[in-house]
Design a protein. Structure first.
Length: 264
């Protein structure tokens, strides 16, 4: 039996927190150790400001195959599934959306079911060319969770989201995902981690408060009227201008040098 404490590897790279799903023999199917470990790591960043960016990836040849369908009977959980979903993967997805630092997901291989929801919880999603996206829920008579009903429709529109959700055994390859706007970019498999680390380190060295506010602006803008978005932007700009990083950024621009942001 796998030790839950090893299901998630946690590393630090300066101000970057790297979280690696570590059940390669099961294509990183979500265990309680993965869900809880990810959630606790994200909450720690919220509470302690211990990192300025988070990078999530998978070990082995898959990113995350979704719920672990082996080892316990899912049908035995029918009476309790609503609460378990809300306090499990859905709670994790909400935390990733709320954490005020950039989240980068690097898909080293296929994502399925809740693994797609986890992947799309990244603010920036980078996929290896071998990655595929499969909304596998309907294959077993289940429905979308892990925020997929929201993230899919926001990113690719209703028609494509419906096709992905209902045609549960037809994966979308990484090139198509990039063309549809589902992800930020696709790179060769052997270049994935170099590119993901480059992006993640750049964001970890950025104006952290402003990046967190940009994240909030974009989420707000998906459902706001123009008037509401304009008011929210003005309020966020007031907060950004009040940071220590703002005058440093202006000075660096004027002096044609790289900014030395401190994240506050």
């Amino acid at each position: 039996m796998t030790d839950p404490s090893t299901d998630l590897l946690i590393e630090r790279d300066g101000d970057l927190l790297i979280l690696t799903l570590n059940r390669p023999e099961k294509l990183n199917a979500m265990s309680n150790g993965i869900r809880t470990g990810l959630y606790e790591a994200v909450i720690d960043v919220m509470e302690t400001k211990s990192a300025r960016a988070i990078l999530i990836t998978g070990a082995g040849r898959g990113f995350c195959s979704g719920a672990d369908l082996e080892g316990s009977s899912l049908t035995d959980r029918r009476e309790h599934i609503e609460g378990q979903v809300m306090t499990g993967v859905n709670r994790l997805v909400q935390a990733l959306r709320d954490v005020p630092v950039p989240v980068i997901t690097a898909l080293n291989g296929p994502a399925a079911g809740a693994g797609v929801g986890l992947a799309l919880s990244g603010d920036i999603v980078i996929a290896a060319r071998s990655a595929k996206f499969t909304m596998a829920f309907a294959r077993i008579g289940a429905v979308l969770d892990a925020g997929a009903s929201w993230s899919l429709t926001q990113r690719v529109g209703l028609a494509r989201a419906t096709g992905m959700a209902m045609l549960a055994d037809e994966p979308i390859d990484a090139e198509t995902a990039a063309a549809w706007g589902l992800i930020w970019k696709v790179v060769d498999d052997d270049a994935l981690m170099d590119e993901a680390l480059r992006v993640a380190r750049k964001l970890a060295a950025g104006a952290t408060v402003a990046l967190g506010l940009i994240k909030r602006e974009l989420v707000n803008g998906q459902n706001a009227t123009l008037e509401q978005a304009l008011r929210f932007e003005a309020a966020c700009q007031r907060q950004a201008f009040a940071t220590e990083d703002f005058p440093e950024g202006v000075a660096a621009f004027q002096q044609k040098r790289a900014a030395d942001f401190k994240g506050r």
